[in-house]
Structure formats: structure tokens, C-alpha cells
Ligand binder design. Structure first.
Ligand code: NG1
Ligand code: ZN
Length: 557
């Protein structure tokens, strides 16, 4: 039978739920797991087409990250391991909503024609993984059927992985490596080992790191990481989900960062002062925290070190290494932005990327204390990643803990080739450290496992406790709220989502409200992953921030 009737028959097995509209959104399709089979099948088809088009390996991961356990989702990883290119998101929306099998096949054919995709000689491959959700296995089967419904393309099941592992594997495979899970752990742990060797001597870790695994995939993977580190960094694992505890329920990075409370199985008094980290349901985010005294409370309170503070730690470390190289070569740091000139390479462009959710104090620290260029983009890793990739070294982080450090390939090659010829031992060391950081930190997407290793390492280099790290700047008090509305799509935004565009009266009312608050800042935007409008507010005190968020929330209702 011909290519089209095979595709049509396969599609007929996965009819779309009537009346439901799907949108690729901030981070792929996400909704109740029981409604996703047709969307997942169709995204499988799309990934297969993408593989034929690019003649490279593509990735598919079934996850809904920090969403509740009943939800699930699917996203596509492009050949470089990054998110699916935005021009293809349109195709994803079209085929997910195409109606019955005939309409679907018609939509696919249009893409095939438009992209001039060739069948016959070409063969494609899609790597397929999932998180620990109950709906995962049957959705993986739907995806596999979608991938294999496209002639010449095969699916390679990778089982349960973290999202960043799958992205890493796609990238590694396309670069000619094996791209296996063991290679992933080996790469991270050998880079960590090298960085320890290249660091100041006599610095040891300060007590175990306690890891909240959000009752998800992270539990197994952090355990593997620990094994491959052979005792180099002690970790105690909590919220593994191994006794049936519910994924993401009162645990995990999203919960801790948004609600600003301790996750389950952590106790403010018993765990006082300990270094803790929460990762999310698919282990692509991390936030650190500890409990300790505060000025106003008698009992210990939560101190959160969010994505912004993690980025600040990373940025300061990288800037130090670049400065060491510049110092030994006797060249200058260009003033307008942080771009130290290394003889033989030229100006190394180094910049950081944040969203409007970044705490204002973090932005000020990056600009004023570190002298860095800060770029703001709309929410969603795809936007941040794109901007960060424009630098020789670009760091991006969302306040919620998703972020990474990107190195331009040509810069890493230069370091590898010329690092050893730099004058003075500090220069050589700094070059080797940067090279190792490019291996330690997942170059495809934000990765909680890389993030943990990087934080642990820098704290050891600096000889800092988590409390000392916390003092690099003080967060402005902030509050986030979710507001349920009839149709969140009526709100559209501009200026990196800091202003409402579609309803001028709403923006005007928000401006009037903000003006009443000392150090006030607030904005609203429709979520791309949940059916809510998000409200963010900052002000001089927590009470003021809470008030401002509440008042702005009322304006949205
Ligand atoms: P939405 O729901 O579009 O705000 C959330 C996060 C994003 C990103 C995505 C993907 C916030 C405010 N938003 O997007 O930063 O991580 O989920 O997981 O945290
Ligand atoms: Zn996630």
C-alpha cells in the first residue's frame, strides 16, 4: 500500500478528542494525559518529517514537567538538541488540530510539499523518551506509531529519562557521539572531576546536599549521577516517589519557587541551615534553599536561591575566569559591554539573558556589580536560548530555575587549541576550567543535574556556604499569582511581556496601581502552559508586593 494510505490508516486509530483545541505553547503540547493520544501520534509524524527534512536525529519527550501528575505533554527536540524551531511550531498546531484522518493526511501533505521533503532514499530517526507519569507508556506507543507511520523513519525508545538527558542525547548523536545515557553521566562526572582538580586545593564540600526530587524521574537519575561521581559530592535524596507519593504534589522546584514554602519532608527546624535543592518533575529546573533565622520571625524561615541567584553565581564565576585570561595576556576589557579581548581570539562576547520574572535585584547585580550586558526576552526557553546563543558565552536563566550556560563552538575549539599556550599558569587554568564547564553544563537545554554540579563546584571554589552565597544580593520582595479567566487569549503583551497590548485600559489601570508602591513593578501575561493569567509584582516589602499582586489580580478578573 502507498505511503498516504498507511499514514491515513494509522491516524484513524488516534481520533482527536472532539471540540478540543491544541496549542504548542511555551513548551510543547500540554493537557490532561488522557486527551493527548492523537496529538502525540501526530507530533510523532511531525518529528519524523523534521528528521527527513534535516537529515538528522530528532528527539521527542513525553512530559508535562512541573504540571500535576494527571497532565502530560510532548515536545520536540531539534538536531542541535534545542527546542523545535519556531517556524515548525505552526505546523505542529495545524496537524494537531486538523480534524479527522483525511484532513490530517491533507495537512501533512501540505507540509511535505512546502518543505520539499523527499521520501525514498532518505532515512530518519527519532529518539523517544518519557518521564514517570502514569500516562507515559501508552503515549510513547502513540508517538512510536506516529513516527513509524512515516516511511523511512524509525523510532528509538530511550525509556524513562529527564528532559535534558533526551535533548543532550539528540545533540550528542548528531555530533557523531554515541549519545547514550552512560556517556551523558560520564561526561558530566568527568567534567566535574576535572574542575575539582583545576580548582583551589584544600577546599572540601560542606555537608551533604539534600535533593528534593519532586517524586519524579530525578530521583533515579540523581542516584545514577551520584554513583558516577564516586563519592565526590555527597547527596541525600528525598521525595523520590518510590512509595507512591504523587509527582509534583507539594514538592519540587516549581512549588518551592512559586509558593515560597518548604517541600514535603523538609522541616524548617530539623533541617535548619542545611544546603537543599529542589528539582522539578522532568529535572530541567533547580532552585536552592535553606531555612534560617529572619529579622521578623522567631522560627526559621525559608530562604530561596532561585534561578536568578544561580545565574548570578555562574556569571560571576565565568567572569572571573575570563578576567584571569585577560590579566595574563595584558589585554583590555572593552568598556561598553563585558567583552574581554584575548589576543588571537578577539573580543569574547559574554552576556546574560533573563525574563521579566527576574528579580529586579538580580538584574541590578548582574549589570552593576558584574558589569554584564543583560537582555530581556519573553518567557520560554526557546526565546532565552536564542539570545544567549548569540554570545561566545551566554548564560540564560528563568527565575524558576531553568537555564544553562552556552558556549560558542568556535570559542571552545579555540580554548582547546590555544589554552595551553596562554602565558602564566592562571591563564592556562582558566582556559581549562572554561573548557570543562562547556562539558559539565548541558549545551542543549537547562539541566538540573548539570546545574547542581555547577553550583556545588563554584561554592567549593569560593569556599562559600549556601548562606554566604545568598548574601551576594538581597531579593526585592515579590509575589506571583494565577488568575482564572474565561479566555486568557484576549490578553496579548509587548515589551518582553512587561506590558499589556490588547487592552490599553488594563495596562493603564496596572500603571496607576504600580505608581502607589515604593519600588513597585508588576505585569500580567497569559500562561503558555496552564489555563491561567499570571500576575507578577515586586515592591519594597513583602506585604506591599502581596498587596500589589492582589490588586493587579483583581484588575484582570
Ligand atoms: P508559562 O506557563 O507560559 O508561564 C511556564 C514558566 C516558564 C517556562 C514554562 C515551561 C513561569 C512564570 N513560567 O510558562 O518560565 O518554564 O512554564 O515549563 O515560571
Ligand atoms: Zn521542567
Amino acid at each position: 500500500r502507498d505511503r498516504l494510505s498507511l499514514l491515513r490508516d494509522a491516524a484513524a486509530e488516534f481520533p482527536p478528542p472532539p471540540g478540543k483545541k491544541f496549542s504548542y505553547g511555551t513548551a510543547g503540547f500540554r493537557t490532561d494525559g488522557s486527551l493527548l493520544h492523537s496529538t502525540v501520534f501526530r507530533t510523532g509524524v511531525l518529528a519524523a518529517l523534521r528528521s527527513l527534512k534535516t537529515e538528522k536525529v530528532i528527539g521527542l519527550v513525553i512530559t508535562a514537567s512541573h504540571n500535576q501528575e494527571a497532565d502530560n505533554g510532548i515536545k520536540v527536540a531539534d538536531p542541535d538538541g534545542g527546542m523545535l524551531t519556531m517556524d515548525w511550531e505552526v505546523y505542529a498546531d495545524i496537524i494537531a488540530n486538523a480534524g479527522d484522518a483525511n484532513l490530517f493526511v491533507k495537512a501533512v501533505e501540505e507540509i511535505v510539499k512546502k518543505e520539499d521533503i523527499q521520501f525514498g532514499s532518505a532515512s530518519g530517526k527519532v529518539l523517544l523518551a518519557r518521564d514517570t507519569r502514569r500516562s507515559g507508556p501508552s503515549l510513547v506507543e502513540a508517538a512510536r506509531k506516529g513516527i513509524e507511520a512515516v516511511s523511512g523513519v524509525s523510532a528509538e525508545g530511550k525509556g524513562v529519562l529527564t528532559t535534558p538527558q533526551l535533548h543532550w542525547m539528540v545533540r550528542a548523536t548528531n555530533k557523531g557521539s554515541v549519545g547514550s545515557e552512560s556517556e551523558y553521566f560520564d561526561t558530566l562526572s568527568s567534567a566535574f572531576r576535572s574542575l575539582l582538580d583545576l580548582g583551589p586545593s584544600g577546599v572540601s564540600e560542606r555537608g551533604p546536599l539534600i535533593v528534593d526530587c519532586s517524586n519524579g524521574v530525578g530521583a533515579e537519575k540523581v542516584t545514577c549521577l551520584q554513583r558516577s561521581l564516586e563519592g565526590l559530592n555527597d547527596m541525600e535524596i528525598r521525595n523520590t516517589g518510590r512509595n507512591g507519593e504523587i509527582l509534583n504534589y507539594l514538592v519540587g522546584a516549581d512549588f518551592v519557587q512559586k509558593e515560597k514554602v518548604l517541600p514535603q519532608n523538609f522541616d524548617a527546624v530539623r533541617d535548619e541551615g542545611k544546603r537543599c535543592v529542589s528539582i522539578d518533575g522532568d529535572a530541567d529546573r533547580l532552585v536552592y534553599f535553606y531555612t534560617g533565622q529572619s529579622v521578623t520571625e522567631l522560627t526559621p524561615v525559608l530562604h530561596l536561591l532561585d534561578g536568578d541567584k544561580i545565574m548570578a553565581l555562574f556569571a560571576a564565576f565565568i567572569a572571573d575566569q575570563l578576567r584571569s585570561i585577560v590579566n595574563v595576556t595584558g589585554s583590555a576589557v572593552k568598556q561598553e559591554s563585558f567583552a574581554p579581548v584575548i589576543p588571537g581570539y578577539g573580543a569574547v562576547k559574554f552576556g546574560v539573558v533573563q525574563t521579566a520574572y527576574a528579580n529586579g535585584a538580580s538584574t541590578r547585580y548582574l549589570q552593576q556589580n558584574l558589569g554584564l550586558e543583560v537582555v530581556l526576552t519573553p518567557t520560554g526557553v526557546k526565546h532565552l536560548h536564542e539570545k544567549a546563543a548569540a554570545y561566545d558565552i551566554g548564560i540564560y536563566f528563568e527565575a524558576n530555575g531553568h537555564g544553562t550556560v552556552l558556549f560558542r563552538d568556535s570559542f571552545v575549539h579555540w580554548l582547546k587549541k590555544n589554552g595551553d599556550t596562554l602565558p602564566a599558569v592562571e591563564g592556562k587554568l582558566a582556559a581549562k576550567r572554561l573548557e570543562a564547564v562547556s562539558e559539565l553544563v548541558n549545551q542543549a537545554v537547562g539541566d538540573a543535574l548539570s546545574g547542581i554540579l555547577m553550583v556545588e563546584l563554584i561554592l567549593r571554589y569560593q569556599g562559600w556556604s549556601i548562606q554566604q552565597w545568598d548574601t551576594i544580593y538581597t531579593d526585592l520582595p515579590s509575589r506571583q499569582l494565577k488568575v482564572k479567566v474565561l479566555d486568557r487569549s484576549v490578553i496579548t503583551t509587548t515589551a518582553a511581556e512587561t506590558r499589556v497590548k490588547s487592552i490599553p485600559q488594563l495596562q493603564e489601570a496596572i500603571d496607576n496601581e504600580v505608581e502607589k508602591y515604593e519600588a513597585g513593578r508588576a505585569f500580567v501575561r497569559p500562561s503558555g502552559t496552564e489555563d491561567v493569567v499570571r500576575v507578577y509584582a515586586e515592591a519594597a516589602t513583602q506585604e506591599l508586593a502581596d498587596n500589589l499582586a492582589r490588586e493587579v489580580g483583581l484588575l484582570v478578573h
